[in-house]
Design a protein around this ligand. Structure first.
Ligand code: FMN
Length: 314
C-alpha cells in the first residue's frame, strides 16, 4: 500500500490519464479491472454522452474509476452536475483554475485531483483543497504547460513544495519509468500515450498505427499562443509551422486550427488534416495491446528494475 493506492483504493499506483477521443468507458473499465485507476475523458463528450459512459463503466467494473474534466471545454456546469448525479467518486480536473470546482466536488464527497505543469500551480491546487496532484512534464501527450519543464526536473521540485500525494505524468510507459519517478518522490504515475495505443482505446485504428511509427523527434509542443499541445509532425502540424513563419496573429492561428481537428485526427483517422496528440514516449511504443497486459508488464518491469538497482554497488 502507498498514499495513492490508499487514496483511490486500488491495487497498483497506475492511473490511466483522461484522453480526449481515446478514453471512453471501455479503456477506463479495463484499466480499473486490471488494478489501476481508469479515467473517462469527458473533454470530448457532450454531457449526455458522458452520462452514458459513466453508466456503462459502472456496469463494466466494480472497481473504482474516475472522470477527467479539462476545464477549457464548454458545458462544465452540466458535466459537473452529471458527475454528481451519477455518483462518480473521483474527478481529475485539468487545464483551468482548481479553485473553481474543488469545493463543490468535495462537498459532494468526491476525491479531487488536479493536473499541473509547475510547482507554483501545484501549490495553488494544494491551497484550493485538492486531495492529490498530477505533475505533468513537457514530454507528455496532449495539452501542456508553456514552460517546457521535463518530468525529471518537475517531480523533485513539486515534491519539495507540497505535502499531499503526488502523481507523476509525462514520458512514463514502462515499469522502469515508473520506478524512476517514484524514486524522485512521486507516489504514483499517470500514463497517457501508452494507453492510447491499447486495444480498448476508442481512437481510430489509423491513429493507433501512427503512434507505433513515431520516432525520437517525431512530436513537438506547439500552438503555445492558444492552448499548448504536443502533436505528431503530420501535414497539419507543418501547416501550423508554415503559418508561424508569417508571424501570425492569434486569430489567424485560431482560423487555421478551425473546429474539431482533434476529433478528425484521432477519432476519424484523418492522418493528414487532423490533430494527432501523443507524447515523446511514443518512440518506445511498438505494439497495440490490451490495457491489462500493459499494466501487468509495467509491474513486472518495475520489480525487475527495482532488483537491478538494489544490486548495484559503488
Ligand atoms: C491523445 C491524448 C489526449 C489527451 N487528452 C487529455 C485530456 O482530455 N485531459 C487531460 O487532462 N489530459 C489529457 N492528456 C494527457 C494525459 O492525461 C496524460 O497526462 C499524459 O498523456 C501523460 O503523458 P504521456 O503521454 O507521456 O504518458 C491527453 C494525452 C494524450 C496522449
Amino acid at each position: 500500500m502507498n498514499k495513492i493506492t490508499e487514496l483511490f483504493k486500488i491495487q497498483y499506483p497506475i492511473i490511466q490519464g483522461g484522453m480526449i477521443w481515446n478514453s471512453g468507458y471501455k479503456l477506463a473499465s479495463a484499466v480499473s479491472n486490471a488494478g489501476g485507476l481508469g479515467l473517462i475523458g469527458a473533454g470530448s463528450m457532450y454531457p449526455e454522452v458522458l452520462r452514458e459512459h459513466i453508466q456503462k463503466c459502472k456496469k463494466a467494473t466494480s472497481k473504482p474509476f474516475g472522470v477527467n474534466v479539462p476545464m477549457l471545454y464548454p458545458n462544465i456546469e452540466e458535466i459537473m452536475k452529471i458527475i454528481v448525479e451519477e455518483g462518480v467518486k473521483i474527478v481529475f480536473t485539468s487545464a483551468g483554475n482548481p479553485k473553481k470546482w474543488t469545493s463543490f466536488l468535495k462537498e459532494n464527497g468526491i476525491t479531487v485531483v488536479h493536473v499541473v505543469s509547475s510547482s507554483i500551480f501545484a501549490l495553488k491546487a494544494q491551497d484550493a483543497g485538492v486531495d492529490a496532484i498530477v505533475a505533468e512534464g513537457f514530454e507528455a501527450g496532449g495539452h501542456n504547460g508553456r514552460e517546457e519543464t521535463t518530468t525529471l526536473t518537475l517531480i523533485p521540485m513539486v515534491k519539495e513544495k507540497i505535502s499531499i500525494p503526488l502523481i507523476a505524468a509525462g514520458g512514463i510507459a514502462t515499469g522502469r519509468g515508473m520506478l524512476a519517478v517514484m524514486t524522485l518522490g512521486a507516489d504514483g504515475v499517470q500514463v497517457g500515450s501508452r494507453f492510447a495505443a491499447s486495444l480498448e482505446s476508442s481512437s481510430h485504428a489509423n491513429f493507433k498505427e501512427t503512434i507505433l511509427n513515431v520516432n525520437e523527434g517525431g512530436t513537438q509542443l506547439t500552438l503555445k499562443e492558444l492552448a499548448p499541445v504536443r502533436l505528431i509532425k503530420n501535414k497539419f502540424y507543418h501547416d501550423v509551422q508554415s503559418l508561424y513563419e508569417t508571424c501570425p496573429t492569434k486569430e489567424e492561428l485560431i482560423t487555421l486550427l478551425g473546429r474539431a481537428r482533434a476529433k478528425r485526427g484521432m477519432f476519424e483517422g484523418d492522418l493528414i488534416e487532423g490533430e494527432l496528440e501523443i507524447g515523446q514516449i511514443a518512440g518506445l511504443i511498438k505494439d497495440i495491446k490490451p490495457a491489462a497486459q500493459i499494466i501487468e508488464e509495467m509491474i513486472l518491469d518495475f520489480e525487475e528494475a527495482r532488483i537491478e538497482v538494489s544490486n548495484f554497488q559503488f
